[in-house]
Ligand binder design. Structure first.
Ligand SMILES: [Zn+2]
Length: 314
């Protein structure tokens, strides 16, 4: 069994402009970090542009949202168009957004078929802020929520969990999962911070587990919160598929976040999640890139995250 890495050169064509934190250099810095000998054993695949993607996007988003994003993104002929203050589309965005969704669907196919233990999707635009009816926070479609719904529709997965350690709360995933007790959402994030959601009292139907942290919190507080508020309920939930919203902007170098994590902390969190997956889900993990805006912090953290996934798949 191996770890699969799914990405595509089209992610470089989602042009947000030089000054935008969610920029295409993020992909290049990860490519460079993964070009070394240690990552040779990865099985590398390109993210599909799938004919059936709209069917599955519609499981997590309303029709109007799909129409709105396609109309804006499909018809931007040049330059940039802003959907909101920080969510921007360019001529390459429509294909990138569809391949980001496609990567998640491909990854679910691979792990559900047992062709690999786990998969990492190196994609952009990210997804966890996109709600059922709106794009926001650099996100157009909620890649991870779509993958979860796909795993249920196509493979009959019964209990699907998303764990999100991005520094920002995944308001979109929470909103899409809110009233479905067989979909688990657990998140560590800084609060107060964009988007403003993620308080302890936001619990859905007992399926939402928020673990807010304060600016300046580092390893000790993170590990405590992750253990007690995420891993414990996750074990009780016993997912048959585990998805990760893998954002690395809780890294101490990150310009958008105020947490003090290091790549070792992401390695530890990933290792802990592989334990849960091994116990309940036959090891099945699909991890999807979310944020991470310091190029060095991002590249080192992705490398640490994938190292833990590879270790679990051997
Ligand atoms: Zn983030």
């Amino acid at each position: 069994m191996t770890t699969v890495l799914i990405t595509h050169p089209a992610f470089l064509n989602h042009d947000t402009g030089e000054a935008h934190p969610e920029r295409l250099d993020r992909m290049r810095s990860i490519d460079k970090a993964l070009a070394v000998e240690a990552f040779k054993p990865l099985t590398r695949r390109t993210a599909s542009l799938r004919d059936d993607d709209k069917t599955y996007i519609a499981l997590a988003h309303c029709k109007e949202h799909l129409t709105e994003v396609s109309e804006v993104a499909e018809h931007v002929a040049s330059g940039h168009k802003y959907i909101d203050a920080d969510t921007v589309v360019s001529p390459g965005t429509w294909e990138a957004a569809r391949r980001a969704v496609g990567a998640g669907l491909d990854a679910v196919d691979v792990v559900m078929a047992g062709d690999a233990a786990n998969a990492f999707c190196q994609v952009r635009p990210p997804g966890h802020h996109a709600e059922s009816n709106r794009a926001m926070g650099f996100c157009l479609f909620n890649n991870v929520a779509i993958a979860a719904h796909y795993a249920r529709a196509k493979y009959g997965a019964e209990r699907i969990a998303v764990v999100d350690f991005d520094v920002h709360h995944g308001n979109g995933t929470q909103e899409i999962f809110w009233s479905d007790k067989n979909l688990f959402y657990g998140s560590t994030h800084q609060m107060p911070l964009f988007p403003g959601t993620g308080a302890l009292r936001e619990t859905g139907v007992g399926n939402i587990f928020n673990a807010p942290l304060r600016a300046g919190d580092g390893r000790e507080r993170f590990e405590e919160a992750f253990r007690s508020r995420i891993l414990l309920p996750l074990h009780n939930f016993a997912p048959d598929l585990l998805l990760i919203s893998a954002g690395f902007d809780a890294h101490h170098r990150d310009p958008l976040g105020g947490l003090e994590l290091t790549e070792e902390d992401f390695h530890w969190a990933t290792e802990s999640l592989t334990e849960v997956a091994r116990r309940h889900a036959n090891g099945r993990i699909v991890s999807m890139l979310e944020g991470g805006y310091d190029l060095t912090g991002l590249a080192n953290s992705v490398a640490a995250h994938i190292t833990a996934l590879m270790h679990a798949s051997t």
